[in-house]
Ligand binder design. Sequence first.
Ligand code: FES
Length: 269
Amino acid sequence: MKDIKARILSNKEIAPGYFKMALDAPYIAKTAKPGQFVQVRCSDGFDPLLRRPLSIHRLKAQGSPRLRSGQARLKGIEILYEVVGKGTKILSEKKDGNLVDILGPLGNGFTLPTALNLEPSAILVAGGIGVAPLVFLAEELAKKKIDTVVFIGARTKKFILCAKDFKKLGAGLQIATDDGSRGYKGFVSRLLKLRAGTKVYACGPRPMLECIAGMCIKENVECEVSLEEKMACGMGACLGCAVKVAGNEYKLACKDGPVFSANKIIWLR
Ligand code: FES
């Protein structure tokens, strides 16, 4: 983990209120794993004081917006973020060439299917901005030729993010929207059909994660969830991101997570 000043390569609005920022950060790109995050200092001053934890959305290759080859060509990372407050608003106004202070990679990420069966497969479930870490994960799954289906849940069709990215990786795609403007009308979890041997990865609002965790536990399907907890330090110092887990213990989302096995979390608060 390093604290670096990264140059902004691009910062574009890809859907109303959602931005994708590419950062020149070779060290982080070379060491990051899917599911890890960076702590971003949004302002050059002290307001807001706290950094924002943002998932590493994907890696960026030298001279290309897409990762096509090995680690040697890695140039940086992309982050995908929603403007939800002062910090992310400031971030959204930054221009190409500006420097941003980022700390990372942080946390524990996803673990790929261990192929206990001969044909491992993966299901990715994204709710809203929860899609952010799943593109990086889908890229790693595609490299290992693991059959992947992605389920995206969004408010309306305007807020469906990254569908084309998943398709380009060869993943199957199913979509649900709250208003039925595209795909199934209703909760994305309703679309899931679980089968033995598959591994489920989910990121999104806690009720969605809780629902998916319950389904997976019932069907005895392995499931990892990435928690979107509020974080201050991002490094295990402030204890502000405690998550209750089995055994009446607490783990820290920033240090022990943000990815946890779904069956380890005590979901009811
Ligand atoms: Fe400070 Fe996790 S954010 S301990």
